[in-house]
Design a protein around this ligand. Structure first.
Ligand code: ADP
Ligand code: GLC
Length: 485
């Protein structure tokens, strides 16, 4: 099937979070399964720079009159993946974060920047490129949410659509005044459409108009159908439950494999002998590089995260005294919320040999943290899928997670029965409270004090099958259902 993936970011060209990892991994897995896959991306500077051999395919005119060019090229960093890029400098030629300016304010013309993305997908479906037109458009998150809406109104519906929710909390909601410029029939602006409490919601457009909906874990697929986690869209999602699937993300083993990872000072694999010398060397080298005490016997907790409310970081701050009192170390890599950055900076300054806070974005350091860490902290309030707990599993840094979303679907707590059965692979807490987080921390220390058990649990985590082949098969089934609609 000819499949067009539509996404605002793609690893390794442009990444703010897990969406990019998925957009960078899924196309190759689909192609390996025999699908004819291309991607459509906005022409942000980092994307234009990462696509080779760009040639113009068509001139486009957005519904509000703005001109853009549709280019085609290939992405060398992704095995020459064919890519369409929207060239519209007035909209996209801004460096840095694709969603907000240097002061962390969303761009005032975000609706246009991403309406054009959905619009271009529909133009491709109706033949903008005479050599290739998608039979199925797979739109990711609100940035691509208008694609299913535009497609639904094309005469004859030349392509079916699948919309994937990576995070329902970011909705792409704009005032009603933007609707007139979008080029959709007025009937689209109603409750049975993309209208949401009087506003235009790009997320709702995707959820309402797509032939099929997916989200990134089975648990999150259930959670978003509840008022507690539905962000006001749970009613619509319950109504569409018959076309909604939860498909757990994979781990891209071209990028995330401690046996081949060239970003690590030492590589290691399972089984590598019980003590995993390579991982121990990674830990020592990381401790040294971060100015931490180089001690094998101090459990090293690592955290790689956007610093936002979603990620439950106040639990880490509240639990830090206990973590240190028990002899642990913390190494954080993150950026985002200024108050959280400051809080971690202060904690690191107060105990530089025990706490390291690297504020900023650093792909290589992220790899070294998972490789050097003993425990990966992911105490998120909610988590659609979560990738860092999976990287932690793969790299032998046991995840400590809140039992929500994809975290619940990937991590099995060290209860006595799961230890006995060999299924435990981390630490899971239920209540989103300092108390429950603290108890999970104590379980981690208790297990660390039993090295043989620790190694067994770590081996279970590292062996967890998590490639993209299986999720790709699940998406292909969804595409077939959409096509057969
Ligand atoms: P989300 O998409 O909600 O941010 P995920 O766990 O799905 O959460 O994905 C986060 C991705 O971003 C992972 O690949 C993680 O390693 C990466 N990441 C997050 N913060 C940083 C950072 N400061 N530096 C490098 N990589 C980061
Ligand atoms: C979102 C979610 C995260 C998920 C990622 C990739 O950013 O917050 O849980 O892993 O998308 O699907």
């Amino acid at each position: 099937m000819r499949v067009l993936q539509v996404s605002a970011e793609i690893f390794p060209l442009l990444k703010t979070g897990g969406l990019a990892d998925v957009a960078g991994a899924l196309p190759a897995a689909l192609a390996a399964a025999g699908e004819d896959v291309r991607v459509l991306l906005p022409g942000f500077p980092a994307i234009l720079a990462g696509v080779a051999g760009l040639v113009p395919v068509a001139g486009l005119r957005a519904p509000w009159g703005e001109a853009a060019r549709l280019l085609h090229g290939r992405i060398p960093a992704l095995g020459q993946l064919p890519a369409y890029v929207l060239d519209a400098p007035a909209l996209y030629d801004r460096p840095g974060n694709p969603y907000e300016d240097a002061e962390h304010r969303p761009y005032a013309d975000s609706h246009r920047r991403f309406a054009l993305l959905g619009w271009a997908a529909a133009q491709l479906a109706r033949g903008a490129d005479p050599h290739w037109a998608p039979e199925l458009v797979h739109a990711h998150d609100w940035h691509a949410g208008l694609a299913p809406a535009y497609l639904a109104y094309l005469p004859g519906q030349p392509a079916r659509s699948v919309f994937t929710v990576h995070n329902l909390a970011y909705q792409g909601r704009f005032g009603p005044d933007v609707f007139a410029g979008l080029g959709l029939p007025s009937s689209a602006f109603q409750v049975n459409g993309l209208e949401f409490h009087g506003d235009v919601s790009f997320m709702k457009a995707g959820l309402y108009f797509a032939d099929r909906i997916t989200t990134v874990s089975p648990s999150y697929a259930r959670e978003i159908q509840t008022p507690a986690q539905g962000q006001g869209l749970d009613g619509l999602l319950r109504g569409r439950a018959g076309v909604l699937d939860g498909i757990l993300n994979g781990v891209d083993d071209r990028v995330w494999d401690p046996a081949t990872d060239t970003l690590l000072p030492h590589r290691y694999r399972m089984p590598e002998g019980r003590r995993m010398a390579g991982k121990a060397l990674c830990k020592a080298s990381l401790q040294h590089a971060l100015g931490l005490e180089v001690r094998a016997d101090a459990p090293l907790f690592v955290l790689v995260s956007r610093l936002t409310e979603q990620k439950g970081l106040h639990l880490v701050l509240d639990g830090l005294d206990e973590l240190l009192a028990r002899g642990g170390q913390l190494a954080l890599l993150g950026s985002g919320d200024a108050a959280l950055e400051e809080a971690f900076r202060q904690r690191a300054a107060a105990a530089p040999r025990r706490v390291a806070a690297s504020l900023g974005y650093d792909e290589a350091l992220a790899h070294r943290l998972f490789a050097g860490g003993d425990v990966t902290l992911v105490p998120s309030m909610f988590e659609p899928c979560g990738l860092t707990q999976m990287y932690g599993l793969r790299y032998g840094a046991l995840p400590l997670v809140h039992r929500v979303g994809g975290l619940a679907d990937t991590v099995t707590d060290c209860t006595l029965e799961d230890l006995a059965e060999g299924t435990a692979n981390g630490f899971v807490f239920d209540g989103f409270t300092a108390r429950d987080f603290g108890r999970a921390l104590r379980r981690a220390f208790a297990l660390f004090a039993r090295p043989a058990d620790w190694r067994r649990v770590r081996a279970t985590g590292m062996r967890r099958p998590a490639g993209w082949a299986e999720p790709a098969q699940r998406y292909i089934e969804v595409y077939r259902h959409a096509a057969a609609r």
